[in-house]
Design a protein around this ligand. Structure first.
Ligand code: B12
Length: 373
């Protein structure tokens, strides 16, 4: 057979395999939490898209991924493949879409003292909030009798929710934010579903909402993921509403906020370049003074330093829903099994934005530090 014929036959074969194979490949590459989010998104609208969950057996696949997370914890000192935010998304999606999960395992792994709720000894409000949503779903299924279990599991789940809600409320700031700007929307969702566990006076919802709206108008939620995470709370909705009968269009209501992107004004004669101090800290610290155009982000500084000295400032990153995530510097790779990562700091303080969004300032001391969480 001539080579061109062979090629077209191979092409035809590949083409006929593509839809199902491609989906298999995609699903095997995503993390457990990404798959859970896909299921939640597909299930949010009562239309044909919802069938994809069942046509492609996404629930079975999520059950396997959740199991892999648990096995990794057993093999690696209690550290999941990803993190507890994603394990909570897994339990939430399995619970909402009638997947199989063991209530006893949930009770064993989601104790509020578990180290995975903390990063560097700091309670992660985002993680705690997602766990409250997952545990509330499990609790409701137990009460409705959809899932059978013994009384002690139900009692423990209630105790966990109460304790996590206390920890979330403990992170409430004077201006009403809970944790930081980006965790507040998820904390609000957790507080919406757990009002039996705190007193009315413990949380001023209106104050929190007003501060979030102010932050929105200042452009804090311009990243699509940040906007997606805060939107349900602004609509008074939670992830537990995802499988309720509602058409997505009517849920949009008449909600409107105008946002203003921060404008950078360049007056004639103003500086067009700035100088920043950049350092990489492992055991010792490596310094560089870097000149970048005004308005540059942290990533521009890292790229410039890398050009100056690839051995010392060389780095890798991967795309994520929040933008570029730094995975290695000087060939030293972050690892979930060891709980290590590359922390971003300015003036010695951790940043609350990533390298792709954080705009650097003249004279600033920027640092990427090899850290444990
Ligand atoms: C778990 C987590 C981490 C873990 C990630 C490793 C792990 N074990 O999974 C650790 C503790 C290492 C971490 C580090 C950081 N994080 Co973090 N993290 C989270 C958390 C709680 C869940 C992320 C997740 O799994 N999402 C679900 C999956 C399905 O989505 P995903 O996009 O595939 O998830 C991946 C990325 O989100 C990535 N990632 C995690 N954090 C960050 C931060 C940024 C800026 C980027 C680009 C990517 C990224 O890791 C996830 C797993 O692979 C979120 C909370 C939230 N509300 O989203 C905060 C969150 C995303 N992190 C945040 C921040 C600021 C950081 C740091 C920049 C902190 C710092 N000063 O160093 C660093 C990242 C630095 C870097 N190397 O680029 C902010 C981002 C806010 C923003 N506007 O950009 C969030 C929203 C927390 C918050 N409320 O402030 N983080």
């Amino acid at each position: 057979m001539r080579q061109s014929h062979q090629l077209s036959l191979v092409g035809l074969l590949l083409f006929s395999l593509i839809p199902s194979q491609l989906c298999e490949i995609c699903v095997s590459q995503v993390s457990s939490g990404e798959l859970a989010l896909i299921i939640l998104a597909l299930g949010a609208c009562r239309n044909s898209e919802e069938n994809l969950i069942y046509d492609y057996h996404l629930i079975d696949k999520l059950e396997n991924k959740f199991q892999a997370e648990i096995e990794n914890m057993e093999a690696h000192n209690g550290n999941p493949l990803t993190n507890y935010y994603q394990l909570s998304l897994d339990v939430l999606a399995l619970c909402l879409f009638n997947g199989n999960y063991s209530t006893t395992k949930v009770v064993n792994y989601f104790t509020p003292e578990n180290k995975n709720y903390y990063f560097d000894n700091q309670f992660s409000v985002d993680t705690g909030a997602m766990a409250v949503l997952a545990l509330t779903c499990v609790k409701r299924s137990l009460i409705n009798g959809q899932v059978k279990t013994d009384e002690s599991n139900l009692k423990n789940i209630s105790i966990y929710i109460k304790s996590l809600v206390e920890k979330i409320l403990f992170e409430k700031k004077e201006n009403g934010l809970i944790g930081n700007t980006f965790s507040t929307g998820e904390a609000m969702q957790a507080l919406f579903v757990s009002s039996d566990y705190y007193h009315e006076n413990d949380w001023n919802c209106q104050q929190t909402l007003n501060t979030v709206l102010t932050e929105i108008s200042q452009g804090a939620f311009s990243t699509p993921t940040a906007a997606a995470q805060v939107l349900p709370a602004l609509m008074g909705k939670t992830f537990l509403d995802v499988n309720k009968d509602s058409s997505c269009v009517s849920a949009a209501g008449n909600f409107s906020i105008s946002t203003q992107e921060p404008v950078t004004v360049t007056t004639p004669g103003s500086q067009s370049s700035i100088s920043v101090n950049y350092s990489v800290r492992i055991n010792e610290t490596y310094f560089a003074n870097v000149i970048v155009p005004k308005g540059s982000v942290f990533l521009d500084v890292m790229e410039k330093a890398q050009k100056m000295n690839d051995t010392i400032f060389g780095f890798t990153m991967e795309k994520s829903s929040w933008g570029p995530y730094i995975t290695s510097v000087q060939g030293l790779w972050a690892s979930n099994n060891d709980r290590t990562y590359w922390e971003l700091l300015s003036g010695g303080k951790p940043l609350s934005q990533g390298v792709g969004s954080y705009v650097v300032h003249d004279g600033e001391n920027l640092e990427v530090r090899w850290s444990k969480y």
